[in-house]
Ligand binder design. Structure first.
Ligand SMILES: Cc1cc2nc3c(=O)[nH]c(=O)nc-3n(C[C@H](O)[C@H](O)[C@H](O)COP(=O)(O)OP(=O)(O)OC[C@H]3O[C@@H](n4cnc5c(N)ncnc54)[C@H](O)[C@@H]3O)c2cc1C
Length: 377
């Protein structure tokens, strides 16, 4: 039976779901975005492993302009002094249809908005009130419009206001006592890295990730630094005291415009208390970026909701929460462990970690279990 769905939030999760519904079902839907436009800020890079590429291909991601994406084949591990530790072959998880992909977030959002922009996206929509009316949910927006729908899919990010509304308590993700600093590089400067791979440099209380985001050889550099407080005006000093102190030769890579943001995570995965309301993407659970799976999990969760909807199982007793939380826990544990292991400050622990890393990346069983389970291989 035809249903009416409100998707709250036009990020990767909400837009992916919208595309799947549009392409494969007759359900009526609208994406409500709080901001006045989509965030298409260039630069911010994103890695998508095969688990999410397979899903995106269902909505023709395989037809995207090839110049705007990249397929790195390996992760090269270095210490912060740029001494190589080992490498991990990523292409072993690839298939002909789905390859590990890196790109700008804006490229992905542009792609996702294409088919739904004119008819299925409304901007400047902030929820003011929600209530249940018979078997439906009435959403009132603060511009005095409203919508009566069968389902609400909250895809409004880690601070999900929608979740706060429906669960009647404020959603409070936790600050990880770390920040991310991002720069777009047009050159690898005098770094001894192979720029077609993903380079991961592990330092004390910090790590750096560099990878190509298109065929123009632009590189995305993200540096994660542990710190007690987020002080955006203090970024240069923090980089100097934490990263450059360990390797002054990295100075050049921080010369371009630096964007920073604090790292948050969801402390506890909780179910929706309303049968008509579902959380996807970061609204379901926000991960640390140390497994590069936030967007991937947003896409997966959208696909899970879509399948339930397509098979008319969303309003019956469904297993969305059980399936999603099981999956999220796998990713969460690995992201948290990476965060811990990437930042050892003791040189003794660093040496042990590097030895273990060298050993483990060559062990098929380990790689298949640690990453294959996430990339679904
Ligand atoms: C440093 C860093 C690096 C990362 N790198 C990667 C990576 O390499 N690979 C990867 O897979 N992931 C990565 N991620 C994570 C990834 O970016 C996120 O997990 C993903 O974008 C979440 O998508 P989302 O759609 O759930 O939420 P969001 O992208 O946050 O989108 C939410 C949308 O909802 C809107 N909104 C908010 N509140 C409301 C409201 N009340 N009403 C209506 N609309 C609202 C917002 O404006 C926004 O458009 C990284 C994250 C960080 C911090």
């Amino acid at each position: 039976m035809k249903k009416k769905i409100a998707i709250i939030g036009a990020g990767i999760a909400g837009l992916t779901l919208a595309n799947l519904i549009k392409k494969y079902t007759d359900h009526e839907f609208m994406v409500y975005e709080r901001d006045d436009s989509l965030s298409l800020e260039e630069g911010y890079g994103i890695q998508l492993a095969t688990n999410s590429i397979k899903i995106l291909n269902e909505i023709n991601f395989n037809k995207i302009n090839n110049e705007k994406i990249f397929h790195p084949k390996k992760i090269d591990f270095y210490d912060i002094r740029n001494e190589k530790i080992c490498d991990l072959n990523l292409s072993k998880f690839n298939s002909i249809e789905a390859r590990y992909t890196t790109l700008q977030r804006s490229t992905l959002i542009e792609f996702l908005k294409e088919d739904i922009y004119t008819q299925h996206l409304r901007f400047g929509k902030k929820i003011k009130e929600v209530s249940e009316l018979k078997d439906k949910v009435l959403i009132k927006f603060d511009d005095n419009t409203n919508d009566l729908v069968d389902f609400v899919i909250a895809a409004d990010g880690i601070f999900s206001n929608t979740k706060s509304f429906f669960e009647k308590k404020k959603v409070e993700p936790k600050f990880k006592k770390a920040i991310a600093a991002r720069v777009i590089l047009n050159s690898k400067f005098d770094l001894n890295i192979y720029e077609e791979n993903i380079s991961l440099m592990l330092g004390s209380n910090s790590h750096i990730v560099i990878y190509p985001i298109n065929k123009k050889k632009e590189l995305n550099m993200v540096c994660i630094i542990r710190c007690k407080k987020y002080e955006p005006n203090n970024t240069k000093q923090l980089i100097q005291e934490t990263v450059l102190k360990q390797n002054p030769k990295l100075k050049n890579i921080f010369d371009n415009e630096i964007k920073t943001w604090p790292l948050y995570f969801t402390p506890k995965i909780l179910p929706s208390t309303n049968k008509k309301v579902f959380y996807i993407g970061d609204a379901f659970n926000g991960f640390l970026p140390t497994l590069a799976q936030g967007a991937g999990q947003s896409i997966e969760s959208a696909f899970e909701i879509f399948k339930l909807l397509k098979h008319e199982k969303l309003d019956k007793k469904n297993n969305y929460f059980e399936v999603r939380s099981k999956r999220a826990k796998i990713v969460k544990n690995r992201s948290n462990f990476n965060f811990f292991a990437f930042h050892f400050s003791s040189s003794f622990l660093q040496k042990i970690r590097n030895l273990l890393l060298k050993f483990l990346v060559k062990r098929k069983f380990f790689v298949k279990n640690y990453l294959g389970k996430v990339y679904k291989n």
